[in-house]
Ligand binder design. Sequence first.
Ligand code: PHE
Length: 377
Amino acid sequence: MRKFFFSSLIIIAAVFAFSCNKGSGDEILIGEFGSLTGSEATFGISSTNGLKLAVEEMNNSGGLLGKKIRLITYDDQGKPSEAQTVVQRLIKNDNVVAVIGEVASSRSKAGAPICQQNKIPMITPASTNPEVTAIGDYIFRVCFIDPFQATVVSKFILNTLKLKKVALLKDVKNAYSTGLADFFEKEFRNMGGEIVEVQSFQAGDKDFKAQLTSIKAKNPEAIFIPAYYTDVNLISIQAREIGLTVPLIGSDGWESEKLTEGKAKDALEGCYFSTHVSTENPDPAIQNFIKKYKEKYGSMPDAMSFLAYDAGMILFDAMKRAGTTDAEKVKNELAKTKDYNGVTGKISINEQRNAIKPAVILEIKGGHFKYKETVQP
Ligand code: PHE
């Protein structure tokens, strides 16, 4: 009798847990994976904050298809293997109808095949490596891609800075870094520039002096470093320590308030990087988003916050147009996204499921990011 009582309890508890996980029928479950911890923690935190704003706004204005949206976010700790685990969990255990994520291309590349196999639409807010959306017809992005970013940086170095001899330092453990470095090498040479040295490191390295010394020996006029902020912070300090005084040029992976922490504030003074949005843009959509974000979180949004908000809103818009959360129909509507008015500008999804958008160049001054110029596609 007693045994029977306890096993019934367990069954009831299991059924309860299961039904909670699936969400009651009046909820739409959306999954998100991001690096909430680890050396790219600001990527995950900024993007989930932006996405939560989108969910909150939808729910406050009556929800979606008569239901409330519930967001389930998992931390992948900045590891591709963990990204696979949590995307699997979102789809198999939580039964989400769509996935938003990741910021980093290597982790989007890890999660996307699982979404594709299970036919669950995935939108990456900020992964710029072209291979991410090439994984399949369920995988979308709301940002530009790296062949364009390579052109933007090449033009800026050659035409605005009027520099011709550049060295390249890349992270060989990072699909974004190696991809962007390759596109840049080709494009910069095509446009008449000279690559005087290519050096590499692996994310997490602490000592970059050997690479920087080899670079210095070639007398470049600038160094392009397509990498993430934690490594760039250290690289900039060590570059100055060995007497490399030329400007360091970066890409969207630099964007974090942590980039200029400590001695990097001085080391990166007068350096530049390309990215997706400038918070100095007077466009009311951007300023209004900044106001809402600051009210809720007490900090400034960055590119990933804006892009994740747009990724969420574009997904909800596609579901609205589809009149259902049915994955195939939502995927078809996502593919038809045209001139959507996002906070990051007009978004249209092309045949390769990418967005065609302008880029901005920011200058680092006093540890802050100042608007320099916009480059149209
Ligand atoms: N574009 C980067 C990648 O693909 C991610 C990123 C986007 C980082 C925007 C910062 C800002 O890995």
